[in-house]
Design a protein around this ligand. Structure first.
Ligand code: SF4
Ligand code: SF4
Length: 365
């Protein structure tokens, strides 16, 4: 039995109530209501309980709350029925934050579901890209949800998506201030739009390497100035960990795509959903066991793909803590990580910071 496995579950397919303009899905697909059916759900929960000591489930959708509280009550019931120990399943909603009510908060608290909200930094910045079907910004609804969560003393996580239009130093400062000081959050992650080959139609939102570096650097500077070690921003934790010789956690510093498996509402199992669906499907749990799907198809081409490193990486001083970045963001003839240049600048900046503030001896790279 493998110790731990993470799954990203598109249990509502592409069904979503927002129409964020950088979304990689076609606008028409969002409308069709889809929810994972009971048979697929039951087989999935049962088989994961047999295969892994810890099963981490990220309920992502489309918008996962559109499945309704009843759907997740079934999830909890099945997890209780099949689990091998009480903490075998860990659950997290990755939601756009517009549909959270007291009922969802009560359910999440009672059943220990974490909540992570997609919200782009601060109200004016979020207004720019995250709108509903009628073109109305999601900001007011998200702020309402955050207030409800705050009142219930529930600290959610947050993912901010950065585009070429929003990747400025000022926006980095304002986002940090709003999320940490105004909303009182203790963690957020940053997702950078990247589609230099226009593969999914979002080229105009792709962040440049200079923006990538400056946005990260500014967030890091704000974090240092804040001086609160309780604040968790994954790239800071992982990059600093790598520099002092520890293993970063995130897949895109470790070339470890095998850590993440996707499953959609029909039961189709694939690579991480960041990768193109058609190219990276492994099988269907409606007619195969999860074990067979993962053992037979996954490792062979997944490992080969993730471990392909261009010549530039093989001689790079940062290789051990970079590994050519995220598989979804590799392009060109040699499949070099698109943000290679930005990452190099950032590693240099953090290394200098550690050297000046803690001393050379701690640095292992
Ligand atoms: S494609 Fe990127 S985000 Fe997905 S598992 Fe691989 S490294 Fe991680
Ligand atoms: S910084 Fe660039 S060259 Fe170095 S390992 Fe990362 S992607 Fe490769």
């Amino acid at each position: 039995m493998k110790t731990s496995q993470s799954f990203i579950i598109k249990n509502t397919g592409d069904f979503c109530n927002l129409r964020c303009d950088y979304c990689y899905l076609g606008k028409d697909i969002h409308d069709k209501k889809r929810i994972m059916d009971d048979l697929v759900l039951k087989k999935f929960i049962k088989e994961t309980s047999e295969l892994y000591g810890t099963v981490k489930l990220y309920w992502e959708g489309g918008e996962p709350l559109l499945a309704g509280v009843n759907f997740y009550q079934k999830v909890v019931k099945l997890q209780k029925r099949y689990c091998k120990h009480p903490s075998q399943f860990e659950n997290q909603f990755q939601t756009n934050g517009t549909l959270i009510t007291q009922k969802w908060i009560d359910f999440s608290k009672k059943n220990n579901f974490k909540i992570s909200i997609s919200f782009d930094g601060y109200p004016e910045m979020n207004n720019l890209h995250r709108k509903n079907i009628a073109g109305i910004s999601s900001t007011a609804a998200v702020i309402h949800s955050l207030k409800l969560l705050n009142k219930a003393n529930y600290k959610p996580g947050c993912i901010i998506t950065i585009t070429r239009q929003t990747a400025t130093v000022k926006n980095a400062q304002k986002s940090f201030h709003f999320l940490i000081n105004k909303l009182g959050l203790k963690q957020f992650s940053i997702n950078f739009c990247c589609d230099p080959l226009n593969k999914i139609g979002n080229k105009k939102f792709t962040v440049t390497n200079k923006q990538f570096y400056l946005f990260h650097k500014t967030i890091f500077d704000c974090w240092v100035k804040q001086g609160d070690l309780q604040i968790k921003i994954p790239f800071i934790d992982d990059m600093l960990a790598g520099l002092i010789g520890k293993t970063p956690k995130l897949c895109y510093y470790r070339a470890s795509c095998e850590d993440m498996v996707g499953i959609d509402y029909t039961g189709i199992v694939s690579y991480c959903p960041r990768l193109p669906k058609d190219k990276y499907q492994w099988g269907d749990i409606r007619n195969q066991s999860l074990k067979d799907i993962l053992n037979k198809n996954r490792n062979r081409d997944l490992i080969t793909q993730t471990k392909l490193f261009p010549q530039k990486c093989k001689t790079c001083p940062w290789f051990k803590i970079c590994h050519n970045g995220c598989l979804a963001d590799r392009y060109g003839q040699e499949n070099l990580y698109y943000f290679c240049k930005g990452r190099m600048q950032l590693f240099n900046y953090l290394k200098k910071f550690l050297t000046n503030n803690i001393g050379k001896a701690v640095i292992k790279i």
